[in-house]
Design a protein around this ligand. Structure first.
Ligand code: NAD
Ligand code: GLY
Length: 364
């Protein structure tokens, strides 16, 4: 097992990464001083891991109330969020009752937002069970829900007290969900870690074969990158925006196609190729860089061609991005592989060219 720390002063917390961690009560105990907790999970994860977790908690005399939500990005909304509040109130959960998220990023984001807001804040624990959640969404304290007009538009920064990433849970993850997580792993290499990008080029086969050592390495290295960025810029006033490489386009794909039709990681993959294309048009990276990035996403089983929503629809959806400032869309782009920057003055003509070249069609 490896343990990393997200350094946030008094709110610092550990990320434990390894095999068999769901059974290790002593890792959870420091964040569970009381006898009760609530576990938020979904209908897919519950039959796989809920009983195992409850059993572990019983071992330290903690009785956990299960809250089982419908599974899917299309349920990451205020109606489902209310089901969490209903259950917490019905069971008379108190300010000291911790909320445990057991599942992927959808569960983590929703449970985190519920924890941030129920009784104005209750303790929160993340037990991520998808690769995407283990390398990204469980770390850093972004919580929230979607709005019909835009992705993750309602939310709060609220840090967990503990992240427990049990690699064994990835054995039951469908292949396309594993690939979706790899999209966020590749992101760290692209924005700030060239040696990691090169490692991924060498070891993609092992990750896809779910080699435990390779997964452990990739998760820990991703979490290390994320923890450093979050420690430097918790509330995204600067560097943290770089973690959104591919997300401005990707979120437009997700909401434009209808939540749940494109996985988050798939949108990020196709969106990153659009960001790379735009970076090339600005003269920052070369065609060979774009081809290299495309090649890695393709090997990971991810889409590199975005759906053809039409340029106007993309512009409308991206106009709702959280990074928009003074009405201008700010893009995360690549200066080189391993170095990303935020750019707020992309010439409109180049953006149009990227939208036309990348969406469902030919090379530009
Ligand atoms: P997800 O939560 O929808 O999980 C994917 C699917 O896998 C679901 O059907 C789930 O039930 C199932 N599943 C989960 N664990 C499993 C397991 N061990 N075995 C079998 N099936 C399992 O999707 P995701 O990719 O984990 O998360 C995507 C969400 O995360 C998006 O809503 C995105 O906006 C959010 N996100 C948040 C942050 C953040 O910083 N908060 C960062 C990145 C993404
Ligand atoms: N996934 C983006 C962030 O955590 O900032």
């Amino acid at each position: 097992m490896q343990t990393l720390t997200v350094q946030l002063g008094e709110r610092s917390y550990p990320i434990h990464i390894g095999s068999g961690l769901l059974g290790q009560a002593e890792l959870l105990q420091p964040a569970l001083p009381r006898k009760r907790a609530a576990i938020v999970t979904d209908t897919t994860v519950a039959p796989l891991y809920l009983e195992k977790l409850r059993q572990t908690l019983r071992g330290i005399d903690v009785i956990a109330i299960p809250i089982i939500l419908p599974d899917g990005e299309e349920y990451k909304n205020s109606v489902t969020l209310n089901l969490i509040y209903d259950a917490l109130l019905t069971n008379r959960c108190e300010r000291t009752t911790p909320l445990i998220a057991l599942g992927g990023g959808v569960i983590g984001d929703m449970a985190g937002y519920a924890a941030a807001t129920y009784l104005r804040g209750v303790p929160f624990i993340q037990i991520p069970t998808t690769l995407l959640a283990q390398v990204d969404s469980s770390v850093g304290g972004k919580t929230g829900i979607n709005h019909p007009l835009g992705k993750n538009m309602i939310g709060a920064f609220y840090q967990p007290q503990l992240v427990l990433a049990d690699i064994d849970t990835l054995n039951t993850l469908p292949d396309n969900e594993l690939s979706a997580g790899i999209a966020e792993v590749i992101k760290y290499g692209l924005i700030r870690d060239l040696p990691f990008f090169e490692w991924l080029e060498q070891n993609m086969g092992k990750l896809l074969a779910r080699d435990t050592e390779a997964l452990q390495y990739a998760i820990a290295r991703s979490c290390l990158n994320k923890a450093e960025v979050v420690a430097a810029d918790e509330r995204e006033s600067g560097e943290r925006a770089l973690l959104n490489l591919g997300h401005t386009f990707g979120h437009a794909i997700e909401s434009g196609m209808g939540y749940g039709n494109w996985l988050h990681g798939e949108g990020v993959a196709a969106g990153t190729i659009m960001a790379a294309d735009l970076s090339q048009r600005l003269g920052w990276i070369g065609a060979q860089d774009v081809a290299r990035i495309c090649g890695l996403f393709e090997r990971a089983g991810l889409p590199t061609v975005a759906p053809d929503l039409g340029a106007e629809k993309y512009l409308e959806l991206m106009g709702l991005d959280k990074k928009v400032e003074g009405g201008k869309i700010r893009f995360v782009l690549l200066r080189e592989i391993g170095r990303a920057v935020v750019c707020g003055d992309v010439p409109e003509m180049l953006l149009q060219q990227t939208l036309e070249a990348c969406c469902g069609r030919v090379d530009g």
